[in-house]
Design a protein around this ligand. Structure first.
Ligand SMILES: Cc1cc2nc3c(=O)[nH]c(=O)nc-3n(C[C@H](O)[C@H](O)[C@H](O)COP(=O)(O)OP(=O)(O)OC[C@H]3O[C@@H](n4cnc5c(N)ncnc54)[C@H](O)[C@@H]3O)c2cc1C
Length: 402
């Protein structure tokens, strides 16, 4: 099996590496606030063709021909030097590609560019108190009144709703239709008094989760993505992007490397922990899982590059499961290596900065957080069902009669 990129792609990688010599910024630019520096660099990336690679120029992207291998090289190289590539928050990572696929021309023009620039922040309104894994049983309703939707009900576990401007979400618009057929995908402005966002504290200490309550909230009739009652198909596109994002092995590799570094500097019985046979065994076992995830990701990329839809599906189904499971193994090992430091609470800085594994408390935060992705975007059990039923063709899960 040849796991190398072809010569053409190696040349592409070299030119990208040249561009990335511009990060970190130098001189006066290095004095700008961090967020400004990232914005500036990201803008240069769009102009050079290396950020929002395949999003058309008229909507704020680089306008390149879609090429999954080039996209993968970009992700790898940006991660390697820690440069700010595509924003990976819900708006740019999940909604923008969904709008490119399903949105009207007006929706693309109105929403995609400010979303990519980070000027418009989004949250994802799917889950409800009685609708998580069984998402199609959601009840939050939207009724068309003239040229507006009137929304009533509740969402829960809405990440980042506290700072979002808009929600992309699923609402029941056809109460008489069957479960899946009665749902529409709407874009809702959160900055209206008829919407209340109440934070929920996570076990990491972060306040990213929220309950969102709608009491006669309104959205323009034109803010429906896809057709009325066909929001389920649109939401599956968003979910695919979410699972791909969680399933990407780059973060796993970075955390594994930090854990190896932690094993080198931690002590066991007066010697570096990395010399302990039990720790070495666990590291070797995890290395196998990480490599498997990387190969599975490459299988997905190769199939995508060849346009082989069916072959893309199997690794894609596995990657989210594999990535969340392996991340938990990595973080459990890191936690064991921390010893007494594992009793420390994550600092405010760890909580605010995404995925920091340079400090003991950063590891503690990531250890606790590693439980989350195995639930978000569809739980591990559900993912196993999907692999069994759709991937391996096993008999369908027993459905509880109503
Ligand atoms: C970090 C994080 C971020 C999130 N962000 C968002 C967000 O931004 N927006 C949003 O809408 N939601 C969000 N969620 C919610 C998430 O999508 C739901 O928690 C998830 O879909 C599971 O639903 P549930 O919590 O209702 O659990 P349930 O569906 O009640 O599941 C409970 C358990 O039962 C198992 N189970 C259920 N049905 C079956 C079955 N048929 N077969 C086998 N096992 C089954 C599940 O696997 C799970 O282990 C987030 C969750 C997390 C952890």
């Amino acid at each position: 099996m040849n796991l190398r990129y072809s010569k053409e792609y190696d040349t592409y990688r070299q030119s990208l590496q040249e561009f990335l010599k511009g990060w970190p910024l130098q001189g006066d630019e290095a004095e700008l606030p961090k967020q400004k520096q990232e914005q500036l660099f990201r803008q240069r990336g769009v102009e050079a063709g290396y950020v929002y690679f395949a999003i058309p120029k008229e909507y704020g992207g680089a306008g390149q021909q879609p090429d999954v291998l080039k996209s993968a090289i970009i992700t790898e190289e940006y991660a390697r030097v820690g440069a700010p590539g595509n924003c990976v928050s819900q708006g740019p990572a999940l909604l923008a590609p969904t709008l490119i696929e399903f949105g009207t021309e007006e929706q693309k023009r109105e929403f995609v560019r400010p979303t990519l620039r980070g000027d418009l922040r989004w949250c994802q309104g799917y889950s409800e108190p009685g609708a998580g894994s069984d998402l199609a049983s959601l009840q939050c309703s939207a009724v068309l009144d003239g040229d507006e939707w009137v929304i009533n009900g509740q969402k829960i576990w809405t990440s980042n709703a506290q700072e979002a401007d808009y929600m992309f979400g699923l609402f029941r618009t056809e109460p008489k239709a069957s479960k899946h057929a009665g749902i529409s995908y709407l874009l809702v402005d959160l900055k209206q008094p008829e919407i209340e966002v109440r934070p929920l504290k996570q076990m990491t200490g972060a306040l990213d989760f929220n309950e969102v309550f709608f009491t006669d909230a309104r959205a323009p009739a034109g803010n429906i993505v896809g057709k009325r009652g066909e929001g389920w198909a649109v939401s599956r596109s968003t979910l695919k992007h979410e699972r791909n994002l969680i399933g990407n092995p780059n973060m796993m590799r970075a955390h594994f490397n930090s854990t190896i570094a932690l094993a080198r500097r931690s002590q066991r019985g007066g010697r570096p922990a990395i010399e302990d046979p039990l720790i070495r065994n666990r590291l070797a076992e995890i290395e196998g899982y990480v490599r498997t995830a990387e190969v599975s990701h490459l299988r997905q990329l190769t199939a995508e590059a060849k346009g082989e839809e069916l072959k893309v599906m199997l690794p894609m189904m596995m990657n989210k499961l594999y990535s969340t499971d392996t991340m938990q193994k990595i973080m459990t090992l890191a936690y064991d290596l921390l010893g007494a430091d594992g009793m420390l609470a994550p600092t405010a800085e760890d909580i605010a900065s995404y995925a920091r594994t340079h400090t003991s408390t950063g590891f503690v935060e990531q250890y606790i957080f590693s439980q989350g992705p195995a639930i978000a975007g569809g739980t591990t059990n559900i993912q196993l069902n999907i692999i069994g039923e759709r991937g391996l063709g096993l008999p369908r899960d027993l459905r509880v009669p109503k």
